[in-house]
Design a protein around this ligand. Structure first.
Ligand SMILES: Cc1cc2nc3c(=O)[nH]c(=O)nc-3n(C[C@H](O)[C@H](O)[C@H](O)COP(=O)(O)OP(=O)(O)OC[C@H]3O[C@@H](n4cnc5c(N)ncnc54)[C@H](O)[C@@H]3O)c2cc1C
Length: 598
């Protein structure tokens, strides 16, 4: 097993050069995010991730969480690690200072989150779900609810969960049946939820479940859903724990990966006429509230794809430097050497590296757009940033999680037979990351969101603006007389044409040919993700060239940035043309066989 080392220099490079952290630090409310503070936060997070969380990753996989007499027992060391995590204030990074948060931008919080997920994805899910609950309450909770729950959740004293899924209601959340009946100023909740992450645990004394349920006579589908706070223990007015609520974890799922993360079947209201729940906001607006926090949740899951890929890359690089096998083709001495000298192994490592750097660039860029959407100087700027952020969300979620699997799989390939043997730990990364394209809206649903909602709502205007920006950047790359940068600009030009043409093709058919549009949605998302990834790496190469020309200190790192962008442009970007063809010409072939003929 290799250790995890937080890629701090790379994170800083992306934040400084392509995300524009400097400008974000000048937005009202983010003034505290000075370069020094960000440096300190990232450095300390890197230490905690590498020193406390990473060593528990393997133990978590081997032991898993288990249910004993109705209580969840997490693997050895997890409970203590959570205590240290909460005491270190790590739960509070992006939240409002009013409730005990540190008020840092999402672009910083996402870099910190990357480290938690690289070090120990199963552990990181608990703070991640708590984050979702905090956001929902911050935006839609009443002042009393905020006062009762936010300080405890933000400090990490209590944790949060999101309860959407039921056996018959997965992607189709509108099919859920959990009931909520009004009783005075509260509600009685009855029903069963499945797959609830950290629905029960031994980290904290209380768990705040956010539960989607249906009130009597509510309309069918998503319109009839309301959102409720259903705490494990009802808090007393002084904040102490009161009555135990009628809810429990019935069982834990046995899973492919993230075994330390308890995935619970939850029962609400088995005994006392219903668990006690408190309505968030208004009745029948639950899905709307969920959607307002989905951007960050989906981005965070995309970051899991990136994070596990980063860990897999570190492991593959370490192994390839040590494992001796065969003679390299360019040596005359006849001596064997480590496999990193073989061109095909270098190709695999470069693929991993290029994908990881593109995923990181995309995720941080997306987080920065969310920061501008929240704190931009005027409404027009905020709206524009929100449109950009929401356009990028399905790419961050789906493209990065699919690529996370590719990278984790390449890690196994680089390990050869040992990659298939559990003791190296390479297999764990692939097993862990495999859930990421499934939860928080499957990647198929992300692709539908991209074409149906994000292109449909403005007839492709936000995508056209993004393409125009990418074209302008490429013009500046090719105009400077640098051969490598000109190569990058030339490689991107056809991909941008493909993206523009397929966008138009989809927009034209959105009203008349929905099956064709949806059949092409996933290749379109892949095309967009690949193109944006190449664009970001080209911008990084440009920044690296600028720093080199100015006598930048870390010459090897900067030269590697340019080499990685060129590799992406040569090996990965050309696939975009095939993806574009699959969007348009491929749609009919997808639908040619009827469902009963496949
Ligand atoms: C480990 C784990 C943790 C989870 N944590 C939570 C949690 O904390 N809280 C929670 O509420 N849920 C959680 N989930 C549930 C998760 O969000 C769902 O599994 C997911 O939304 C998919 O639903 P499903 O499993 O019912 O699949 P289905 O909805 O049955 O989907 C099956 C397949 O059909 C496709 N499909 C479905 N509908 C469409 C459509 N309209 N168009 C195109 N394709 C479609 C999907 O893309 C997928 O490929 C978790 C699941 C797991 C496995």
């Amino acid at each position: 097993m290799t250790d995890y080392v937080a890629p701090l220099a790379e994170m800083r490079f992306v934040l400084d050069e392509t995300v524009g952290l400097d400008a974000i630090g000048k937005l009202p409310g983010f003034e505290d995010a000075t370069a020094e503070l960000v440096e300190q936060v990232l450095t300390e997070a890197g230490k905690f991730a590498a020193g406390v969380l990473a060593p528990l990753n393997r133990i978590g996989d081997e032991e898993g969480s288990r249910l004993e007499n109705g209580a969840v027992v997490t693997p050895k060391g997890f409970r203590e690690a959570y205590r240290a995590f909460a005491e270190g204030g790590w739960n509070s990074v992006p939240f409002e200072a009013e409730w005990g948060g540190q008020g840092l931008p999402w672009s910083v919080a996402i870099a910190v989150q990357e480290m938690w997920s690289s070090a120990n994805m199963a552990f990181s899910l608990c703070p991640l779900l708590t984050q979702g609950a905090i956001e929902a309450l911050q935006r839609h909770g009443s002042p009393e609810q905020k006062a009762a729950y936010l300080p405890k959740l933000i400090s990490g004293e209590w944790t949060g969960t999101m309860n959407l899924t039921e056996p018959q209601a997965g992607s189709d959340v509108g099919a859920l049946r959990t009931k909520a009946v009004k009783e005075g100023d509260r509600y009685r909740i009855t029903g069963q939820k499945i797959f609830i992450t950290y629905g029960e645990q031994d980290f904290s004394e209380n768990i705040v479940h956010l539960v989607l349920a249906r009130t009597p006579n509510a309309p069918a589908g998503t319109k009839g859903i309301s959102l409720f706070i259903v705490p494990k223990f009802l808090p007393n007015p002084d904040g102490s724990l009161g009555q135990r609520n009628d809810l429990r974890c019935l069982s834990l799922e046995h899973k492919l990966g993230i075994k330390a993360s308890p995935t619970c079947v939850m029962a609400y209201g088995e005994n006392d006429g219903g668990a006690i729940g408190f309505l968030v906001g208004e009745e029948q607006r639950g899905m709307e509230y969920m959607f307002t926090m989905m951007n960050n949740a989906r981005l965070s899951v995309g970051v899991e794809g990136l994070a596990v890929a980063e860990r897999a890359l570190q492991q593959a690089r370490g192994y390839a430097r040590e494992r001796v096998q065969s003679r390299p083709v360019d040596t005359k001495s006849g001596e064997t050497a480590s496999i990193i000298h073989h061109p095909d192994v270098r190709r695999m490592l470069m693929t991993m590296r290029a994908l990881v750097e593109a995923m990181r660039a995309l995720a941080y860029l997306n987080a920065a757009a969310l920061d501008h959407a929240k704190r931009g100087s005027d409404e027009a700027a905020r709206n524009k940033a929100l449109m950009r952020a929401e356009l990028l969300i399905p790419l961050s979620k789906a493209w990065s999680t699919d690529r996370g699997i590719d990278v984790a799989s390449l890690n196994i390939q680089i390990h050869g037979g040992l990659g298939f043997i559990e003791s190296t730990g390479a297999a764990q990364h692939l097993r862990d990351v495999r859930i990421t394209p499934i939860y928080e809206g499957t990647n198929g649903i992300q692709a539908i969101d991209l074409v149906g909602r994000k292109l449909g709502r403005d007839q492709g205007a936000a995508m056209a603006a993004l393409i125009a920006e990418m074209r302008a950047d490429m013009a500046s790359l090719s105009g400077g007389g640098d051969k490598d940068l000109a190569t990058l600009a030339k490689a991107l030009a056809p991909a941008l044409d493909d993206l523009a043409q397929t966008t138009q093709w989809l927009v034209e058919r959105l009203k008349s040919g929905l099956p064709q549009v949806l059949a092409g949605a996933t290749p379109y998302l892949d095309l967009a993700g690949t193109t944006v990834g190449a664009w970001q790496l080209a911008r990084q190469a440009q920044a690296a060239r600028r720093r080199l020309a100015a006598g930048g200190e870390d010459g090897d790192y900067l030269a590697a940035k340019i080499a990685t962008a060129l590799f992406f442009a040569a090996h990965i970007l050309p696939h975009s043309h095939g993806l574009a063809a699959a969007v348009t010409a491929g749609a009919d072939s997808t639908l040619r066989l009827a469902p009963d003929q496949i």
